[in-house]
Design a protein around this ligand. Structure first.
Ligand SMILES: Nc1ncnc2c1ncn2[C@@H]1O[C@H](COP(=O)(O)OP(=O)(O)OP(=O)(O)O)[C@@H](O)[C@H]1O
Ligand SMILES: [Mg+2]
Length: 113
């Protein structure tokens, strides 16, 4: 659907410190944000970052597309991602990318080791 391969960067002890209940959200976040980048942003490049410092898990999906129109109030997939973050005491952020496009950040705390 994208028409190109997104860049993927993975940092930290993802295999060992991220519990299964947190892991299961990762494909959902990536699927929704990539779908938005293709269908709405008409992006030509997307960078996906999955990282942990062992205290929190963070996904960052940055596209170089049109940006989200601030007049848009309907939220569906993004609301679902916000709920998935809130269920784990985390948060979703949607901010403009530089010089163009959108950055979606999905961050949740990890249980103490
Ligand atoms: N990466 C993006 N770039 C530009 N616009 C975006 C991006 N992501 C979302 N949007 C805008 O925000 C709106 C809400 O996105 P959201 O994912 O919540 O719903 P949707 O994609 O329209 O519906 P669904 O996710 O149920 O298929 C979109 O309709 C689109 O206008
Ligand atoms: Mg969507």
């Amino acid at each position: 659907m994208l028409g190109f391969t997104p860049a993927l960067r993975m940092t930290g002890l993802l295999d060992t410190v991220v519990p299964a209940g947190h892991c299961e959200h990762v494909p959902a976040v990536v699927r929704e944000t990539l779908s938005n980048a293709a269908r709405h942003a008409h992006a030509t490049a997307v960078e996906v970052t999955v990282e942990t410092d062992s205290r929190r898990l963070r996904l960052r999906v940055a596209d170089d597309g049109t940006g989200i129109d601030s007049a848009v109030t309907r939220r569906s997939g993004l609301d679902n991602l916000r709920r998935r973050a809130a269920d784990l005491d985390g948060s979703l952020t949607v901010t403009p990318n530089e010089p163009a496009g959108t950055v979606v950040g999905w961050t949740v705390p990890l249980p103490a080791q």
